[in-house]
Design a protein. Structure first.
Lengths: 165, 800
């Protein structure tokens, strides 16, 4: 019962990837297991926790609820693509990433990629959120470690870093 | 000049990789090459809570393309005889007279929905799940036992050979509680329940194994809280020498207790498959599997009898409780023993008796979840304190005050045996000072005016408090190894694992201070049995106490050796040397030598490999009249030490919350949450506060939202994040006010007490206290949802 495979071309973090996948292959699995972009994490596989959030044409979407074949023709950004190029091997942390480091916005780090992508998009829409707006921005992502307080602080701090840059 | 790093809010080093998406969690291991060569496992799990397995038909799967292995119980013994035996009972106890553990794959009978029956390995997870779906099992249904009431009634048995469903009955008594209650001026009795919840880390369980036939060695990566425990279990079960098995704990996406239980069936089946197939095999648990096959906790029913005097002083306390241990008891009696002992909190009742029964049910087994029995005990004790205060018409803080152990009474022996088999003896604390801080922080004395003010607006608020003591840093031991390389960089290995607590940062702070090395030149590795084969694990808020102390001691040993070699090289007395930023110098002179050079000198060489190492070769150094390595010495610049305390150290804390309850909808809103916490000296206050914040949020979930909803047939009906309500940011208090009191532990060199579990311990207690205060209705069952509060109001109106 060989599965029919489909050739797909995915644009991820500015690079083009070609792969052959069955129609049912989730985008999250294609990113992680076919392309080795393991920064995107899978926490529930039913779209509730938000750990697998990637940006699809700039909008946060759950990669566990998308098929790889349906992501063709989209520009996808994963956590690996948030870092800014500065000539160094690792790149420079984006304002959101930097803010998480400063505010202790993560503990085990498993949910973090989904928060980082979500907040990156959120701050693009609303660069200077109030604290309430910051809470709204992250209200669809689960974290079991931090209690969220430092993630809210991180959103506000990221806004400051981006403004001062 | 370096400044001391102990006590500083140092940013975490591990965040750099996490933030870049470069963390390495277990499902990430050996990915990156198109996943080629990695095979994936899936497990057939019982859909029934209690059934006999009549027949398993795997014929539809055997010839499926892409499927490599289909195993049931009958296949295991031929590959490794021990694999056909039940899984280990990790913590035996004399009172655990009827301990039972499951098989890696069920033999003849299943005892909970989710129990592993068959194991499939295929080219990818999709194919493996397809195959699992084609296995046919014939069951003969047996009546399920669900919940404490059904277990106690024992109309049906979970295990045929366990009468009354009782795994264990245990009793401890200090004084004569029943006599004290009988002669007390006042008495009360309470019936209290607390429901099931679970750790629910964002990353479930997972295991990867690779068999290397060229060197006859098995490497296992697993998302665990004890790599040494898994290593020993894998070796024993697969019939291998310990020396053939390496267990590496990669980054772990949260544990909260559930990953201390081991070995999970997949932690054995994956290595077995890797060895028999000669391939890399991976198992990654999905969320539904985590709900129905990883452990739960909390569920207990308590009956309290208490006798007290006019001031509210407890003269006698007699507690009976029933602990739902689920279908099996791999973790022994740890949870109920902790409940039964830590229930006492910061108080000194005149006498205390506790009796519990640990009961089997046809549900997922119960092993520690953050707090590990303490939340239940705290809830029961604090409900009792509130009930006494209500009966006497006294302030709840006054009743607690008269029962507190006083600062001059430490060490205080509670006259019981704790979870580690040692006396329950508190080492330190200042409970009256903590309470004063808490009252100030939450505004206890101002609350009546606040309540009146809001009442005028038609709003209803209540305040609650809860106090706890937490035995942390249980033994038997932890170790650390500190290696100063010839580059001057310092490599530190600890044996226990890390799952988000920032060990790589906190322990580097400890080493930086002890050794005089720059923080950025220190790298800490945890949970890798190749680097530190002797270790216990990460649980019971023990990492900072145990590994922190071991790291400190090991660094001091390395420092001793540095000073000895440097003194010789610099021709100075050791006492005149200081180490700053990795350079050893003679105080008040220019004479100095860097640590890298000291490391070179520590290892007499025959062969140079670079410029620096020439200094250690045989024609350059050494007294020709002496052996190059002295009899009592060894080559290399290393320090290794172990810390093994006499007993646990006891952290403590108090929480207070102000809640508003909606008069119409019974919605419960948190207006203020305050924490006073005493975990001794803080290595990194940022990390400690993060632990508390996170614990409080988890506690809010446990008190107001989370429960395991089993139906009468033993189906877990809310086994998804859609139905099991874990708090989002919208459910947790926007701000938690935290104040610290530092009474250092006298038991360890750094004065540390553990902090990891603290935030979650008093949650059920503090919310019950506040909601009861707001509503004027006794709260005796937690968690409580708005609809339950609504029904409680209706029942209360009907009866009053």
């Amino acid at each position: 019962m060989s599965e029919e495979l489909h050739d797909v071309r995915l644009r991820i973090n500015g690079a083009t990837h070609e792969l052959r996948v069955p129609a049912r292959r989730l985008l999250s699995d294609a990113l992680r297991h076919d392309l080795g972009l393991t920064g995107t994490h899978v926490g529930c596989e039913h779209g509730v926790c938000g750990a697998c959030t990637v940006l699809v044409d700039g909008r946060p979407m759950r990669s566990c609820l998308l098929f790889a074949v349906s992501a063709v023709d989209s520009e996808i950004t994963t956590v690996e693509g948030l870092t800014e190029r500065d000539g160094s091997a690792d790149g420079r942390l984006s304002p959101v990433q930097q803010a998480f480091a400063e505010c202790h916005g993560l503990q085990c780090g498993f949910c973090t990629p989904g928060f980082l992508t979500t907040i990156t998009a959120g701050l693009r829409d609303n660069p200077e959120p109030t604290e309430d707006e910051a809470r709204d921005m992250i209200a669809g992502n689960l974290c079991r470690c931090t209690g969220y307080a430092n993630i809210v602080k991180s959103v506000l701090r990221a806004s400051e870093i981006a403004r001062d840059a | 000049m370096s400044t001391k790093l102990f006590g500083e809010k140092v940013q975490r080093v591990e965040d750099q990789r996490f933030l870049r998406g470069k963390g390495r969690y277990v499902d990430d291991v050996l990915v990156g090459h198109g996943d080629g060569g990695v095979l994936h496992a899936a497990v057939l799990r019982s859909p029934h809570a209690h059934a006999r397995i009549v027949d398993i038909d795997v014929s539809a799967v055997l010839d499926l393309e892409g499927v490599h292995v289909v195993w049931t119980h009958e296949d295991l013994g031929a590959m490794a005889p021990q694999m056909a035996e039940p899984l280990p009972l990790l913590i035996p106890h004399p009172q655990l007279t009827h301990g039972r553990t499951q098989y890696a794959l069920a033999k003849d009978e299943v005892n909970y929905v989710g129990e592993a029956i068959a194991f499939v390995v295929a080219d990818d997870r999709y194919l493996a799940e397809d195959a699992v779906g084609r296995i046919r099992v014939d069951y003969e249904f047996l009546p399920p036992v669900v919940g404490v009431d059904a277990a106690r009634a024992a109309a049906h048995l979970v295990h045929d050979d366990v009468p009354g469903n009782v795994a264990a009955r245990m009793e401890q008594e200090n004084g004569d509680a029943r006599a004290a209650i009988a002669s007390a001026p006042h008495t009360l009795s309470l019936d209290l329940t607390i429901e099931r919840s679970a750790s629910m880390p964002m990353e479930g369980r997972g295991t990867v194994a690779r068999w290397d036939p060229d060197i006859g060695r098995l490497t296992v990566w697993t998302s665990t809280q004890t790599s040494t425990g898994v290593r020993a279990a894998v070796a024993a079960k697969l019939g291998m020498d310990l020396a053939q098995v390496d267990v590496i704990t990669p980054d772990v996406g949260g544990g909260f207790g559930v990953k201390i239980n081991h070995p999970w069936p997949e932690e054995l089946l994956v290595p077995l498959a890797a060895r028999s197939l000669g391939a890399v095999v991976k198992f990654t648990e999905d969320r539904r599997e985590h709900f129905i096959s990883s452990a739960h906790e909390r569920g207990q029913v308590h009956h309290v009898e208490v006798g007290y005097d006019d001031e509210g002083r407890v003269l006698g306390l007699d507690v009976q409780f029933w602990h739902d241990n689920g279908a099996y008891t791999p973790y022994g009696l740890i949870v109920p023993i902790i409940t039964s002992t830590q229930l006492l909190g910061p108080y000194k009742p005149g006498s205390y008796r506790v009796v519990f029964e640990s009961l089997y049910t046809n549900t997922v087994m119960v092993t520690p979840y953050r707090g590990a029995g303490r939340p239940q005990g705290c809830y029961v004790m604090e409900r009792t304190m509130d009930a006494i205060a209500a009966a006497l018409g006294r302030d709840r803080t006054e009743v607690r005050s008269v029962n507190f152990i006083q600062p001059d009474e430490f060490p205080y022996d509670q006259g019981l045996i704790f979870q580690d088999g040692r006396e329950l003896e508190y080492d330190s604390g200042d409970y009256p000072a903590s309470l004063e801080k808490l009252k100030a922080l939450v505004g206890w004395d101002e609350f009546p005016a606040f309540r009146e003010e809001l009442a005028r607006e038609g709003r209803q608020v209540g305040i609650g408090l809860a106090c706890y003591v937490e035995g942390t840093g249980v033994g038997p031991y932890e170790g650390a190894h500190v290696h100063i390389e010839t580059s001057g960089r310092v490599k530190v290995a600890i044996g226990l694992t890390t799952q988000g607590q920032g060990h790589a940062t906190a322990f580097a702070q400890v080493v930086a201070d002890a050794l005089g090395v720059r923080f950025e030149n220190i790298e800490v590795v945890s949970g890798d049995t190749r680097r530190m084969p002797y270790a216990v694990g990460t649980f019971a808020s023990r990492a900072a106490v145990m590994s922190g102390s071991a790291v400190h001691l090991a660094a001091l040993r390395a420092r001793e050796k540095v000073l000895r070699i440097a003194a010789e090289a610099l021709e100075a007395a050791e006492d005149d040397l200081e180490i700053v930023d990795g350079v050893v110098s003679v105080r008040g002179t220019d004479a100095s030598i860097d640590l890298g050079t000291v490391a070179v000198l520590s290892n007499p060489l025959r062969y140079a490999f670079d410029e620096a190492s020439k200094a250690a070769t045989q024609f350059s150094v050494g007294d020709p009249g002496k052996p190059p390595v002295a009899e009592d010495d060894e080559p290399g610049l290393e320090g290794k030490d172990f810390y093994s305390p006499e007993r646990s150290t006891f952290a403590n804390g108090m929480h207070a919350v102000i809640v508003e309850t909606d008069p119409d909808t019974a919605e419960i809103t948190i207006l203020k949450y305050a924490v006073v916490h005493d975990c001794g000296r803080l290595i990194n206050p940022m990390i400690v506060e993060g632990q508390i914040q996170g614990g409080v949020a988890q506690g809010v979930g446990g008190a107001l939202y989370e429960r395991m909803a089993y139906d009468e047939s033993g189906q877990l009906v809310n086994a998804s994040f859609m139905d099991f309500l874990m708090p989002y940011v919208t459910e947790v208090p926007a701000h938690v006010d935290i104040d610290h009191l530092e009474t250092p532990s006298p038991l360890n060199p750094l004065g540390i007490k553990g902090a990891g579990e603290a935030g979650v311990i008093p949650s059920a207690a503090v919310f019950a206290s506040a909601i009861e205060d707001a509503e004027g209705i006794p709260i005796t069952a937690m968690p409580i949802s708005p609809s339950e509060l609504f029904e409680l109001r209706q029942r209360h109106e009907e009866t009053s």
